[in-house]
Structure formats: C-alpha cells, structure tokens
Design a protein around this ligand. Structure first.
Ligand code: SF4
Ligand code: F3S
Length: 132
C-alpha cells in the first residue's frame, strides 16, 4: 500500500494529470490509407455521426467525436487512429481532418466503395491525391 501511495504521489498521478492537461478531449483521425479507398464501414458504427465525406476520403469532425474507439476496428485498411497514437508521418492529418470537416457534408450510412478501392488499398503514399 505504501508503494502505491508513493507511486501516485511521485509519478502516476502526475502522469494522469499531465495527459488530461495535454489533451483533455481526444479525437480520432482518418489518415492517408483512406484516400481512394473510402470503404465507409466506419460510418455505420459511429454513435454521433461525426464522419464527413469528401470526394475520395472521409474525415472525422473533432468537435463531434466522443472518443469511443468503435470505428477503428471497422476500417479494412487501418486508416483511423486516436489522435495521440498517430504515426509520426501521419500527424498532419489531425489538422486536415479538422479543416475539411468544416465544409464537407456528413455521411451517416455506408455506401459502395470505389470500384478500384482494393487496388488503392495497396498504395501507401497517396496523400497528394486528396481531392478537396
Ligand atoms: Fe465516431 Fe467513436 Fe470513431 Fe469518434 S471514435 S469517429 S465517435 S466511432
Ligand atoms: Fe476510410 Fe476506412 Fe472509413 S477506408 S471511409 S476510414 S472504413
């Protein structure tokens, strides 16, 4: 018990406090893998309808996302990450999601993926192909 108290006083409690101060309200983020795949499986599970649809990818509205995690497992190309877990080279997608969510319309039901989605699922570098 003493050890637990000591841990909370010296480290653990501070870590939890630090985390909530750093990012009190986390969002999930759609990243590069979604581009030209747009499978939309993620849309069906979102309890607050916070996906927004662009011409060739979706984004998440950070003001609506409630951090429930449900969409992550649905994406066949693993395009969705918690903001704090984004791979380094995908971190700019946080700002891109926030920016595009302001103007793209909501999508609340799954639709057919593009005919060539499975081909594009194999392509890793395609950020230059985002259509706004
Ligand atoms: Fe929607 Fe939950 Fe995914 Fe946020 S984490 S986009 S609320 S399903
Ligand atoms: Fe995109 Fe994956 Fe959803 S490809 S549309 S984030 S299911």
């Amino acid at each position: 018990m003493f050890l637990l108290d000591f841990w909370l006083l010296c480290g653990g409690r501070v870590t939890v406090r630090e985390r909530s101060r750093r990012n009190p309200r986390m969002t999930y983020v759609v990243t590069e893998s979604c581009i030209k795949c747009k499978y939309t499986d993620c849309v069906d599970v979102c309890p607050v309808d916070c996906f927004r649809e662009g011409p060739n990818m979706l984004v998440i509205d950070p003001d609506e996302c409630i951090d429930c995690t449900l969409c992550v497992a649905e994406c066949p190309v693993e395009a969705i990450f918690a903001e704090d877990d984004l791979p380094k080279e995908q971190r700019d997608f946080t700002a891109l999601n926030a920016e595009l969510a302001k103007t793209w319309p909501p999508i609340t039901e799954k639709v057919d993926a593009p005919a060539d989605a499975d081909e594009w699922a194999k392509v890793k570098e395609k950020r230059h192909l985002v259509e706004k």
